[in-house]
Design a protein around this ligand. Structure first.
Ligand SMILES: Nc1nc2c(ncn2[C@@H]2O[C@H](COP(=O)(O)OP(=O)(O)OP(=O)(O)O)[C@@H](O)[C@H]2O)c(=O)[nH]1
Ligand SMILES: [Mg+2]
Length: 503
């Protein structure tokens, strides 16, 4: 493999790891000092509704990142991310020291969710990441020393690295280096359960991998092409083809297969959606930062029994449940994948059909973890993703969750910043009645006012009004039920024979 043309040795030590870093002397203390919001397992953790597939999830925990089909593509070099003992590295370019800390803590949670043990965290203050080595070039040796001292087998960088950065760092440090994007993709791969989820994740991984084929180490040297190598395989293009080209071609083939499969799966979803639209069932999408309590809230509101876990990206596959407003109007609630700062673009693209549900919802219930160190930052990050999936215009109801955990000052601050928000605890159930009422108020309301005398034989019509419309008055008479109600046009049509307007 060609070395980076710029020699990395002998660069001036123009930048230092900041105070925040955990340099060798006090590394252990610093690491211990990290506030770890998940450090103590909460004995009540099972209390947010039934979780049908928790055991299933636990038993899946250590399964490596890539699916079997992929192993085929990657006799090459796709590295299964068996992250074991890792050192985290961040470059702090802007924002406060607290922001930098939060970002590293989040990286730590991501790494732990992927199943690795975090040995050390280093952060460097710099105007921008070094184009060749991410951290300053002078710092790479220092990083290498930390890796040796701790016995780490992987370095995880807090950002998206270019292929050249990955290659340079691996060459200089001598262990596997991955970036935040690969880490998130790995968690998604571990957590995907449905056929669609798996295909979406694999697609995103391949897109990511395709850009980085050259970044994956020395075994990707030029292969001896064609017959010289002992006979060209089917599809081999003869002498001179590089292994990278073959791999890229196979990846492209797999990508097309996955796209076709996802299109098929999407048509099933479209059918279901069309059904709901036809019946005028309003839809509410639960969105929010990962681990905010979206699934807990869905369980609380509907007894859905979906997985709740103190882990990032516990939910990947959408779950939709029917529920009703306090006065009996039906609507659907959908829980789906959580967001994160800098959600990898490949993932957003691969999950387009899942995320489309969100863009087409009548209302977004945006769940925010009120006990997080930076809830307002989470709101911004979620809104950015929403805008990127064309859901920026859907009406949004902010729900501050985990009110039982959040401190009173923070809640006061959040309330003043977002006076229209609802404060709840999915754990204790506090505020949920109020939330239902607010959802009801914000759902689209049926627009046609009808006055009709519905004969007693047509209880079905009254039932439809109950489920999709709103009664204003009802009066039982000898000839039937006299009603004034708001309904959708199709139901107004069905009621037309009994209309009393014409009198
Ligand atoms: N104390 C407290 N913990 C909560 C509350 N709601 C949820 N949790 C916990 O927060 C963690 C995450 O909850 P989930 O419902 O899985 O969160 P999510 O938003 O669906 O997360 P992802 O699917 O991973 O994005 C779990 O450990 C829950 O037990 C709450 O109101 N109070
Ligand atoms: Mg969830």
């Amino acid at each position: 493999m060609t070395a980076d043309p710029r020699s990395l040795a002998g660069e001036p030590l123009d930048d230092d790891f900041d105070d925040l870093d955990f340099d060798e002397a006090d590394a252990d203390d610093e690491l211990d000092a990290w506030s770890d919001p998940w450090a103590e397992d909460d004995p009540e953790a099972g209390a947010d509704g039934d979780q049908l597939d928790l055991l299933d999830r636990l038993s899946l925990k250590r399964v490596a990142g890539m699916s079997t089909e992929l192993a085929d593509i990657s006799e090459v070099e796709y590295r299964q991310l068996r992250l074991e003992r890792v050192v985290l590295v961040g470059v702090w370019t802007s924002g406060t020291a607290t922001d930098a800390d939060n970002s590293m803590n989040e990286l730590k949670l991501l790494a732990e969710t992927a199943g690795s043990q975090v040995l050390e965290g280093l952060i460097q203050r710099r105007n921008q990441p070094d184009p060749a080595t991410f951290v300053g070039r002078g710092k790479v040796d220092e990083l290498r020393q930390v890796v040796i001292a701790t016995g780490a087998d992987t370095v995880i960088c807090d950002g998206e690295l270019s292929p050249a950065q990955l290659r340079n760092l691996e060459d200089r440090i001598g262990v596997k280096v991955i970036d935040r994007t690969a880490l998130i993709l790995d968690i998604f791969a571990q957590h995907a359960k449905s056929a669609e989820g798996k295909a979406q994740v694999e697609l995103a991984q391949l897109q990511y991998l395709k850009q980085r084929l050259r970044g994956w180490g020395e075994s990707l040297s030029r292969q001896v092409g064609g017959r010289a190598a002992g006979g060209a395989g089917i599809g081999g293009r003869g002498p001179g083809e590089t292994k990278i080209e073959t791999d890229r071609r196979r990846i492209n083939t797999r990508i097309s297969q996955l796209r076709a499969k996802l299109r098929d799966l999407d048509s099933t979803r479209q059918t279901k959606r069309a059904e709901r639209t036809r019946h005028r069932v309003p839809s509410v999408a639960i969105v929010g930062y990962t681990n905010a309590g979206k699934s807990s809230l869905l369980n609380r509101l509907t007894d859905a029994g979906v997985l709740v876990e103190n882990a990032l990206f516990a939910t990947l596959d959408p779950t939709t449940r029917r529920t009703e407003t306090p006065d009996g109007r039906h609507y659907t609630l959908t829980d789906t994948v959580g967001f994160v700062r800098h959600l990898p673009h490949d993932l957003v693209e691969a999950f387009a059909s899942t995320l489309e549900e969100t863009a087409l919802a009548d209302l977004l219930v945006h769940v925010v973890d009120a006990a997080d160190p930076d809830p307002l930052g989470q709101i911004r990050a979620v809104r950015e993703v929403l805008a990127s999936i064309n859901a920026g215009e859907v009406p949004e109801l902010i729900v501050f969750n985990k009110a039982d955990l959040a401190d009173a000052d923070q809640l006061t601050m959040l309330r003043s910043q977002h006076p229209d928000a609802v404060v709840v605890s999915a754990r204790t159930g506090a505020g949920l009645a109020g939330l239902r009422t607010r959802i009801d108020a914000m759902l689209p309301h049926p627009e046609v006012e009808v006055r009709a005398l519905v004969p007693y034989g047509r209880g079905d019509l009254l039932n439809r009004i109950h489920q999709s419309g709103e009664f204003i008055t009802t009066e039982h008479t000898a000839d039937g039920t006299r009603i004034v109600a708001l309904v959708h046009p199709d139901l107004a049509g069905a009621l037309a024979p009994y209309n009393e307007d014409a009198e």
